[in-house]
Design a binder for this molecule. Sequence first.
Ligand SMILES: [Zn+2]
Length: 263
Amino acid sequence: MPELPEVESVRRQLQPELRGRRVVKVWTDVQRRFHHPELLDGRTILEVGRRGKFLIAPLDGGLELVLHLGMTGVLHFGAADAWSRARIGLDDGRELVFRDARRFGTLAVVEAGVYDALPTLAHLGPEPLSDEFDPLRFAVALAATRSPVKPYLLTQRAVAGVGNIYADEALWLARIHPASRRVGRRRAYALHDAIRQVLRQALEREGTTFRDFRMLNGESGRNATFLIAYGQAGRPCPRCGTPLRKMVLGGRGTTFCPTCQRR
Ligand SMILES: [Zn+2]
């Protein structure tokens, strides 16, 4: 599932392709998670931005195109197939295809900044690599929640853009057990630093590649070989040598070190 580094890699590639282009034709599959795609027709894409895992493209007329790739969403220029959910025809003759086998992706056209139809976006926490992501406020949020720390991170409310992969990586780095409900200030600050570190590293490597994630140009990100925790159950912890263990937490597969990640 694409997280902040993957979505940012897609954004950087889309920006020069879509900026200033006018939409001349829109086709979509019938989708529960699609919201007024027809409003795209005739609009000019001013640029391609991002908040957390959402691509947000301001359009003329005070509208925004919001895209979330979900589990399996991919954007590409080229031929559509049976898994294509949307095709957006551009004034240069090309067609941007939104392909999404599992249909968890979102495509919405909304008034700029009005996210009533997109509750996760409406309640999105600060961007992790911006000054808005304040360690003290993060610590206060972690102290206030009753949820275990990893599922709480996945709600996107304390910080935007961290999903299953980078939550496992950051918690390992900060030595915090993913099911911990007692993250005090010192550990919250360590987690704040760890989140920034794993995201920065992944951004440099243009994201992590899995089955369903491809960058726009069909190349793959290079981060997968650098993962320490996520998907590495059974391998020795690089810090203490204990085999990493897998558990299910909040319905999500979670890998951690049972020795050096403390509750
Ligand atoms: Zn360990």
